[in-house]
Design a protein around this ligand. Structure first.
Ligand code: SAH
Length: 227
């Protein structure tokens, strides 16, 4: 069996072959141990380029999608970033290596608590995460240099997110129309104008309003590898 390091390097080479050219993004993905974010029983698949379940009916995104979204944000170490959909916290940790601070919102409290354990375990101190409805953004911390949403918006992005983006800022978000979802990059040019570019077809879980109730998907939790 290959060691985790070998699998990780193979994944990074695969991402590069698939068009991820930012060495900063590749290095950040090499630093974050994806195997620690997935259920124990799936740790041996953690460095394959596939999405995996993380409980509560949610998934940790496919590495190529994480890399594509991160690269599209063009992060710098001065950026203040808003993330909607903390999930396992994996994408959050990749961002945290590349920007000044990440503000992350998750509507499933048990997932948020588990993700916060990971931030502590990895010693990442530039992350602030809360349980809440990310469709409303985070007005107290706005505006943001960059916004990333890892759940699919129906039709178009929530207006609050566009509002909370700085002029010149970039937002990356999957948008669903009919049966199709596409990963879309918005660049805010003025208060009311933005440029739009479609990056690739994707399949994300839906962006849902409000905090999840305790019973929502409760029978579907997994044990994580963090202990
Ligand atoms: N980036 C995550 C993937 C999470 S899947 C990772 O790396 O693991 C998408 C997440 O978005 C789910 O956890 C889901 O609960 C969350 N979500 C959906 N709608 C939301 C909303 N309105 N506010 C906050 N989180 C939301």
């Amino acid at each position: 069996m290959n060691s985790i390091d070998t699998r990780k390097i193979r994944l990074v080479m695969h991402l590069r072959a698939m068009g991820i050219s930012s060495t900063d993004v590749l290095a950040a993905m090499e630093k974050v141990p994806r195997d620690a974010f997935v259920p124990d029983a799936m740790a041996d698949q953690a460095y394959e380029d596939i999405a995996l379940p993380i409980g509560r009916g949610q998934t940790i995104s496919q590495p190529l999608v994480v890399a594509t979204m991160t690269q599209a944000l063009e992060l710098t170490d001065r950026d203040k970033v808003l993330e909607i959909g903390t999930g396992s916290g994996y994408q959050t940790c990749v961002l945290a290596h590349l920007c000044r601070r990440v503000y992350s919102i998750e509507r499933h409290k048990p997932l948020l608590l588990q993700a916060e354990k990971m931030f502590d375990m990895l010693g990442l101190r530039n992350i602030t995460a809360i349980a809440g409805d990310g469709m409303k953004g985070w007005p107290q911390q706005a505006p943001f240099d960059k916004i990333i949403c890892t759940a699919a918006a129906q039709g178009e992005p929530p207006p609050a997110l566009i509002e909370q983006l700085k002029p010149g800022g970039i937002m990356v978000i999957p948008v669903a129309t009919n049966e199709h979802q596409v990963l879309r990059r918005y660049k805010k040019e003025g208060d009311d104008t933005y440029a739009m570019k479609d990056l690739l077809p994707v399949r994300f879980v839906p962006l849902l309003p409000n905090l999840a109730s305790a019973s929502e998907n409760e029978g579907d939790n997994y044990n994580h590898a963090t202990g």
